[in-house]
Design a protein around this ligand. Structure first.
Ligand code: LMR
Length: 401
C-alpha cells in the first residue's frame, strides 16, 4: 500500500460546496439553500443570461477549430478583461504596465498567482481578512504560504475595523502578500469606505506590501465602475499589484470556469517578463485554458449592443439583490429578531453574515432544513418570495430559543 496513510481518513466536506451536495441529498420538503454564492431569480433558477445565449449562437455559427489556445489565453480576451478592470484611459493601460492571463475561474487565478509567487521566490506570507472566503487559506496554504489573518469587521458592528486592521498589518514584512476583496466582501458584505481604502493604500505603500485583489463580484455591488473604487487607493503610480477576476457571477458563467489573473508591474517590460513566469506556472498546472467561457466574455464585451444588453442584465441581478436585502431586514425586524439588522440593507454583493453560532447554524440545517455557511453567511441572492418568510421564521426560531 503506497497511498499516504492520511488519505485513508476522509477529508472534511468543503465548507461551501460540500453544503450544496448535502442540500441536494436532503429529501425534506421546503428545504432552503442559501449556501453557495450563485445568483438565482425569483423562481429559484440560475438562468443563462440572454446576452450569453446570443454570444453562443454567434460563436457556434463561426466556429472552425478546437485548437489549443495560447498558454495565457487569446489576446482579445486579455485586453477586454484588462479594460473592464481599469478602463482604457487608466494610466496602467496606457503605459502597458499590466499583463492579463486567462485562467479557469477566479480560483484558478488565485492558484496561479500563488504558484507564480512561490516559484519566483516571493515572501511566503499572505495576510487575509478575518473572516474570508474559506478557499483563500486553503489555496495559499497548499501552495506553500503561511496564512496570517488581519481583523476586518468590528464584532457586532457591521463596519470595517480599520484601526485594528492597520495595526495588524503593522506586523507585515516588506514584500508580504496582502489579499484584499475588491468589492462585495465575502462573507461579510462589508466594504471599506473611500477613506478606508485610502488608508489601506497608504499602509500597503508604507510597508511595501504586494496587494492581490480578489475581484470576483465586479458589478454586483453598486455598478461596474463603482465597484472598482479600490483602484485609486491600491493601483497607485509605479506600484505593483495582482488582480484575480472571475466571470462566474457577473456573466453567470459558473460552470464555464472563466477568470483571469492580471499582473501590474513597474513598467511594460517588467509586466511582459512577469507574464512569462506566470505562463510557466500555468503550463505546469493545466497547460492552457478552456476557451468557451472566455470567448463568450470577449464576444459580449467586444460588441457595443451586446455589451449594453449585458450591462442591463447585470443591473437587473444587482437590483434584485438590493431588493432582497431590504426585504430580509424588514422580515427580521417584523419578527423582532434580536440584533441590529438594518446595515444588511445597504451592504454590497451577494452575501450577508448573520453572526450565528455553530450550534445555531447546525440547528438551522438539522431541524429546519435551512443551509447557510460558517457563522451564518447567507447568499442574499438565494432569497425568493417563496422562501423569505420561512427563512426569517427559522432565523427567529434559532436566535430566540
Ligand atoms: C461562494 O463563496 O459561495 C462562491 O464563491 C462559490 C465558491 O466557489 O465557494
Amino acid at each position: 500500500m503506497a497511498l499516504p496513510v492520511a488519505s485513508r481518513t476522509p477529508a472534511p466536506p468543503d465548507p461551501i460546496l460540500g453544503l450544496a451536495e448535502a442540500f441536494r441529498a436532503d429529501t425534506r420538503p421546503g428545504k432552503i439553500n442559501l449556501s453557495s454564492g450563485v445568483y438565482v431569480d425569483d423562481t429559484g433558477i440560475t438562468p443563462v443570461l440572454p446576452s450569453v445565449l446570443e454570444a453562443e449562437r454567434r460563436m457556434l455559427a463561426a466556429e472552425t477549430t478546437k485548437l489549443y489556445r495560447p498558454i495565457d489565453g487569446d489576446a482579445a480576451y486579455r485586453a477586454a478583461v484588462r479594460d473592464l478592470i481599469f478602463t482604457p484611459e487608466h494610466e496602467i493601460v496606457r503605459s502597458g504596465r499590466s499583463a492579463t492571463s486567462h485562467t479557469p475561474g477566479g480560483t484558478g487565478a488565485l492558484r496561479v498567482a500563488a504558484d507564480f509567487l512561490i516559484q519566483e521566490g516571493a515572501n511566503r506570507t499572505v495576510w487575509v481578512s478575518d473572516p474570508t472566503w474559506p478557499n483563500h487559506p486553503q489555496i495559499f496554504g497548499l501552495a506553500g504560504f503561511r496564512v496570517r489573518p488581519y481583523p476586518y469587521v468590528h464584532p457586532g458592528e457591521r463596519r470595517v475595523a480599520i484601526d485594528a486592521m492597520l495595526a495588524a498589518l503593522g506586523g507585515a514584512e516588506p514584500g508580504d502578500l496582502i489579499l484584499l476583496h475588491g468589492s462585495c466582501h465575502n462573507p461579510t458584505g462589508v466594504d471599506p469606505t473611500a477613506d478606508e481604502w485610502r488608508r489601506i493604500g497608504d499602509a500597503v505603500e508604507e510597508r511595501d506590501l504586494l496587494p492581490l485583489v480578489d475581484f470576483a463580484y465586479q458589478g454586483f455591488g453598486d455598478g461596474l465602475r463603482e465597484d472598482a473604487d479600490w483602484l485609486g487607493a491600491i493601483a497607485r503610480p509605479g506600484r505593483e499589484l495582482l488582480v484575480a477576476s472571475s466571470f462566474s457571477k457577473n456573466f453567470a458563467l459558473y460552470s464555464e470556469r472563466v477568470g483571469a489573473l492580471t499582473v501590474v508591474a513597474t513598467d511594460a517590460a517588467a509586466a511582459t517578463s512577469a507574464q512569462s513566469h506566470i505562463k510557466v506556472a500555468i503550463r505546469a498546472n493545466y497547460s492552457n485554458p478552456p476557451s468557451h467561457g472566455a470567448e463568450i466574455v470577449t464576444t459580449i464585451l467586444g460588441d457595443p449592443a451586446l455589451r449594453a444588453q449585458w450591462e442591463v442584465e447585470l443591473a437587473g441581478m444587482r437590483g434584485r439583490i438590493h431588493g432582497n436585502r431590504r426585504a430580509l431586514v424588514d422580515a427580521l425586524e417584523a419578527r423582532n429578531v434580536p440584533g441590529d439588522w438594518a446595515p444588511i440593507g445597504h451592504q454590497r454583493g451577494m452575501f450577508a453574515l448573520l453572526g450565528l453560532s455553530k450550534e445555531q447554524v447546525a440547528r438551522l440545517r438539522d431541524e429546519l432544513a435551512v443551509y447557510v455557511v460558517g457563522a451564518g453567511r447567507i447568499n442574499v441572492a438565494g432569497l425568493t418570495k417563496e422562501n423569505l418568510d420561512p427563512f426569517a421564521d427559522a432565523v427567529s426560531t434559532v436566535i430566540a430559543n
